[in-house]
Ligand binder design. Structure first.
Ligand SMILES: C[S@@+](CC[C@H](N)C(=O)[O-])C[C@H]1O[C@@H](n2cnc3c(N)ncnc32)[C@H](O)[C@@H]1O
Length: 572
């Protein structure tokens, strides 16, 4: 497929509108938007300001002590990585773990046993296999009762690592998954019951009706593959999702941005038309379509952007003479994805009165994904399953011995993956305003605590003690999810730049202002040292302990050379 042959008739036809959408916001509008976000979310003591050369930045509007919470940010959009959906069942809106400890373990063992890979079209169906009893809402179709029988189509075996696992009989796994078997002390770790997607897709589950409704309203009604979906074509939507799963799941996040913009635009347009009808004399100002679309697009317009295929740093394994071809491959990948998305949700009926086809421009798609490249945080939510097994391991004798008679086979069947957390990527409006420094005064992670690793049966206790890599779940601060982009293999997985760790911070005297119920996908920024009112809040986008050259090489991905005091001091 040649992108330039087809280039996007939309880009050509709506060049003016597309550039209006991509123009940097007026400084006054930008200030007003962020002041509003800060006051709506009741974030105390911070301000977003224009920062000359660096664009915008986040500033302290109060003094912060070391270890104090500077910001707790709600995501604008986020996704759980496809590969992680096998391991963790979380709310598709707030990313809390849902169901029960039994369901989490049983479902994972069941899918592990099937060798399920989400890179298989039919595997999208896999997530329908949740027993009916586990869900809060009623469903009369009974399709999920096929859990135990209907898996002929799950042939593609590529689940996560299977080393050192001790599989259990299918009936045992099933009884756990159906919650017929209750694990000791699991009530101490109760999780919100599952709520199904009202559209009937069986892929999205929620922790509450309010999360289900909010997601439906925000974007899911257009991206749902169920019967009540408002998408144009379910088959096309499945094709789009399959392409994203096969190449780069960042396209699913881009689709959420496009859907939410369309839905906001439609609401604005309907309200506008109603108000015009009500008023015989047009008191209501006559908004043109583009100004309503600009309003709907506003939250996205505020993010720092570049085209995806331009802003990705050239990977080491691509020769500079192949750079143009490499960038064209990324563009073609995005183009293919956008075509599939357009076939799925671009609605003919909307062309006449509710049109918003400008958002299907390739330029806009590229800039949305580029915005994710330059701003996104890893989404990490700690697993209650890990907490559960650690709790059992910490029980006094003889309770521990009794409990382990039941729990140990499950721990051994899960293997090293018992502690896998929810992983994804998300865009946060306020956190994304924070600039980088190699000597930062804040950090975007929660606690990188070394958790004790449980000594499972058959493991050499000495080896566990000596092998820190096994204990340290995430040794790298930047998590690059990359299927090595090469010219022969154009599959590129988005890397989310700044790691967000699941735990509370471990700096200073431990007097943190972070609520203990920190169990969802929010971003938390903690002061690493005292920050005075008026000072800029900075975080490090890379491991600041790396040598100068390595830091600069990693920061090239963000399109700048760091000039912080540490870098200036270390530069030859
Ligand atoms: C997450 S955004 C930070 C907010 C950004 N300044 C804005 O205007 O939205 C990351 C981008 O900010 C700029 N940036 C952040 N830290 C920087 C630094 N220390 N020096 C130069 N540019 C920086 C780079 O363009 C980078 O891609």
């Amino acid at each position: 497929m040649e992108v330039d042959d087809t280039v996007c008739s939309i880009d050509a036809k709506f060049a003016n509108e597309v550039s209006a959408l991509l123009n940097p916001p007026h400084p006054l509008h930008l200030q007003e938007y962020f002041d509003n976000v800060i006051s709506r979310r009741q974030c105390r003591g911070i301000k977003v300001k224009q920062n000359g050369e660096l664009g915008k930045g986040l500033y302290a509007d109060l003094d912060f002590k070391e270890g104090e919470l500077v910001l707790k940010d709600q995501m604008l959009v986020g996704i759980q990585h496809c590969s992680n959906k096998i391991d963790c069942l979380v709310c598709s809106f707030c990313f809390r773990f849902i169901g029960s400890i039994e369901l989490q373990i049983g479902r994972r063992l069941y899918l592990q046993d099937l060798g399920v890979s989400v890179n298989h079209e039919s595997d999208l169906e896999t997530f329908k296999h949740i027993p009916e009893d586990c869900c809060q809402t009623d469903s009369s179709d009974g399709e999920d009762n096929s859990l135990m029988n209907n898996h002929d189509n799950l042939g593609n075996c590529a689940s996560s690592s299977s080393k050192e696992r001790f599989p259990l009989p299918r009936e045992v796994v099933e009884s756990l998954m159906n919650e017929e078997l209750v694990l000791p002390y699991s009530k101490e770790f109760s999780l919100p019951p599952l709520v199904r997607c009202a559209g009937g897709c069986g892929e999205a589950y929620y922790c509450s009706k309010s999360c289900a409704e909010a997601d439906w309203e925000l974007s899911h009604c257009l991206l749902c593959t169920g019967e009540s979906s408002k998408s144009l074509c379910r088959e096309a939507l499945l094709k789009f999702m399959q392409h994203a799963n096969d190449t780069n799941d960042i396209f699913l996040l881009a689709a959420k941005v496009i859907s939410s913009t369309i839905l906001r635009y439609r609401k604005l347009k309907v309200t506008h038309l109603e108000e015009r009808e009500k008023c015989a004399t047009p008191n209501v100002s006559d908004h043109s379509d583009i100004s309503l679309l600009l309003e709907a697009w506003k939250p996205i317009s505020m993010g720092h952007k570049k085209r995806w295929w331009d802003c990705v740093a050239l990977p080491d394994d691509v020769d500079s003479s192949d750079e143009a071809a490499f960038r064209m491959q990324l563009k073609e990948l995005a183009f293919k994805s956008l075509q599939l998305l357009k076939a799925a949700i671009f609605s003919k009926e909307c062309e006449s009165c509710l049109n918003s086809y400008q958002v299907f421009s390739l330029e806009i798609y590229g800039q949305i994904i580029g915005m994710f490249e330059l701003n996104n945080l890893d989404l990490v939510v700690a697993s209650p399953v890990e907490d559960y097994f650690l709790y059992i391991d910490d029980l006094p004798y003889p309770e521990k011995q009794e409990a382990e008679k039941v729990t140990r086979p499950f721990l051994d069947a899960l293997g090293d993956d018992y502690s896998v957390c929810c992983q994804g990527t998300a865009f946060f409006p306020l956190q994304s305003c924070i600039n980088h420094s190699c000597c930062p005064n804040a950090k975007a992670f929660k606690r990188e605590e070394i958790r004790r690793k449980i000594n499972r049966s058959g493991e050499d206790p000495e080896k566990i003690r000596r092998d820190p890599a096994k204990i340290w779940r995430f040794p790298a601060k930047i998590w690059r999810l990359k299927l090595t982009p090469t010219l022969t293999d154009p599959t590129v997985v988005h890397r989310s730049p700044i790691r967000l760790d699941p735990r509370l911070p471990a700096v200073g005297d431990g007097s943190f202002n972070v609520p203990p119920d920190d169990k969802d996908g929010q971003a938390i920024i903690i002061a690493l040292k005292p920050i005075c009112k008026g000072e800029e809040v900075t975080i490090s986008y890379v491991d600041e302990d790396l040598p100068f050259e390595e830091r600069q090489a990693l920061l090239a991905d963000y399109g700048f050379k760091c000039q912080c005091p540490k870098c200036l001091g270390e530069e030859q």
